[in-house]
Structure formats: structure tokens, C-alpha cells
Design a protein around this ligand. Sequence first.
Ligand code: AMP
Length: 401
Amino acid sequence: MKILVIGSGGREHALCWKLAQSKGVEVFASPGNPGIEEIATCLPSGGGSTLQPDLTVVGPEAPLVEGVVDHFREKGLRVVGPTRQAAQLEGSKTVAKHFFEQSGIPTAQFMTVDNAEDARRALDRFGFPVVFKADGLAAGKGVIIAHNRAQAEAARGALHGRLIIEEFLRGEEVSFIALCDGRDALPLAPTQDHKAVFDGDKGPNTGGMGAYCDSHILTEAQTRHILDCVILPTVERTKFTGFLYAGLMMTAEGPKVLEFNVRLGDPETQPLMHRMTSDFVPALMAAAEGKLGGAQLEWRSGPSVCVVLASAGYPGAYESGKPIRGIAAAEKRGVTVFQAGTRLGTRGLETAGGRVLGVTASGADLPAAIAAAYRGVDCVTFEGMHYRRDIGRKGLSYSKA
Ligand code: AMP
């Protein structure tokens, strides 16, 4: 069976790594990256459809919003992902917020803002802190939390075009991802991302500096509630296919949706794939064929942790072309190093993006998984490398429970 993965980041490396462990599967990636090249065949961008794959999984949001799923389906190809129209739930924050409102899905109160007068009214209504969101795709970086008027002014200057201003929610964030087939939804294990660049959730937001996957993040009752109140109403109303990712804030009043993504998270996919023990292919195939009912996934009992190693300056401007050392030594210590922003230069592997690597480990419990991941991190170096030292730390309070 030929399976094609579209994309080139750490999420796609983790997916290819998992799929390559399935029997009778040949994995292709378009365009892939040097890490993926070691376990799969990489094809140029856009080269995937001529392959006639038996199954395609789309990683990033941009091709989904452009309609790659519609295009593959027109050719009669099986594909896991939402249609162009359903992808608008991620492609436009205003579309998403109106959808939440109309569907009774719990979310932060908000106002759509087109000018200074609208912004003034929103600030009067919500007070500080308050959240500014750009309407379109922004790779996780289109959200600014303003704590005073000066920061609110700066946020309005930094985010162009139509904005959403919304109430600030307090609580723990959870990434809840479900594989959907237009009718049914199969939840993946819960994960927690770390969006801010520095320890203690300080500094600007990034695409994600690390994630962990642990069954303790949600109780069974919370999982059921999220399925019933957020995921299934969305699947029913939009006939959603592919991965529906609800970024949730677990507030004192219950879970509220911060955003929908219409694909797997990056870096959440890295610990998810590390922790999943079942063969992923039957569930993906069932989702693509609209026959998900009854499908199940198994997970290790212990958690998994992924620490992202980033280039100096990220999430702002950064330099590329820095030689990367120590991946093999890290893997000897039992971690899996998923590659994201890397390329092969004349001197070997070098940096080629903001988020460069995702060092991923599993353990019997959360302290063990965290320690294992950082033992791997200690082996890797490139000039200017920075990373958070507190990935998974919030979860330590649950894992003692
Ligand atoms: P989003 O892209 O909407 O998920 O926002 C990115 C990040 O900004 C989230 O993961 C939160 O950490 C933060 N955030 C977004 N909306 C809110 C909100 N209403 N209240 C508090 N934090 C928020």
C-alpha cells in the first residue's frame, strides 16, 4: 500500500515514522525533509497526485485551505483531510467564531473589529487583559494578549486587516484532536502544547515550543463532554472529514474553544505518534472511506514528551545554515528526533527554519518521560539553539494524582 504524507515539518516526520512501522506500507512524502528521507521516499511539492497513492494524509493547513482534499477526491483518491470549505474553520477566525456562536459551542465572547472606533468599543467591553486575533492564517503567531492600552495600540498596529478582539480566558489549555469521517469522530489522546517562546509561558507566541501527551490531562467524563459539546456538533453540521483539532481552555465554567485547527497539531503529533501503540493505518483508511464507526486506538500507559529546539531569534527573524550535531548520539539515548526546519548542506545537516528539531521520548510516568526527552536534548547542538526547559511541567500536578 502506498501512503502519501503532504508536508515537510516535524508533524509530517512523526506521521511518516509511525506509518513506516505498519506492515506492507510504503511511505511517500511531498516534499518531506532530510529526516523523512531516511524512512520514506520524498517527492517534489505537488508531485504526489501522479503517484496514485492508496491513501493520502495532509499535514499543514495551507494546502487544505487551498482545496487539496477536493482535488484528490475529484481524482477518486482516498484522502484524510477536510474540504476547502470545512478548512475555513481554521482559515478565518471570524468564520470560526460565528460558527461557534451559531452552533452553541462554548467560546470566549468576542467582537469583530474593522476600525479604531470598533476597537475602542471592544476594549471598553472586555477590559484588560484582552486578546487580539488576526482573521487569516498566521502559523500560530496571529494572537496578541494586551495588558494595557499601549499594548492594545501596538497589537492593532502589528496585526493587519480585520481583527477579532475577545475576552481573556483563564485556565489550562488542552489540545483535543479527533479523527473524523463526516459522521463519526475518534478522539486521539489529549495533549498540551507550549505556545509561548520562553519558560513559564513568557514571551511572544510561536508555532509551538513543545508538547506532551498524557491520559491524565483529561478525565473520561471531560473527554465525553468535549466530544458531545464541541466535536460531534461540528462534524454533524459541517460533515467534517480529517483531523479536527479543538484548542480548548479548561475554564472554571467548563471547556471553551480558543480555536479550531483542521489538521493535526505541530508539535502535538510528535508525542501522539510516539505514544500510540496501535497500527494507525486501519483508522486512517476507515476515516478516508467514511467507515470510522467502531475504530479504536491504543496508547502506551505512560506519557510522551516533545521538546522543540529552535533557531536563535525565533519566533522573530532567524538565521539558517547552522550545522546540526548530535542527533545520532541523542537517539542512542532512546529518544526519537523528528526534523522540521532542516536541510542537507555541503557540510551535512544544517538548520533551515525557526523550529528545527523535536526531541521526543516516552516514559513510565511524566517525570521519566520529561527526563528522557531532556537527556536527548543535551546531546544536540547548533549555533544559537534555544528551547524551553519546562515542557510538561504543568502536568506534574496531575500525574501525582
Ligand atoms: P489561538 O491561535 O486562537 O489558539 O491562540 C493562540 C494562543 O493564544 C492560545 O493557545 C492561548 O494561549 C492564547 N489565547 C488565545 N485566545 C485566548 C483567550 N481568549 N484567552 C486567553 N488566552 C488566549
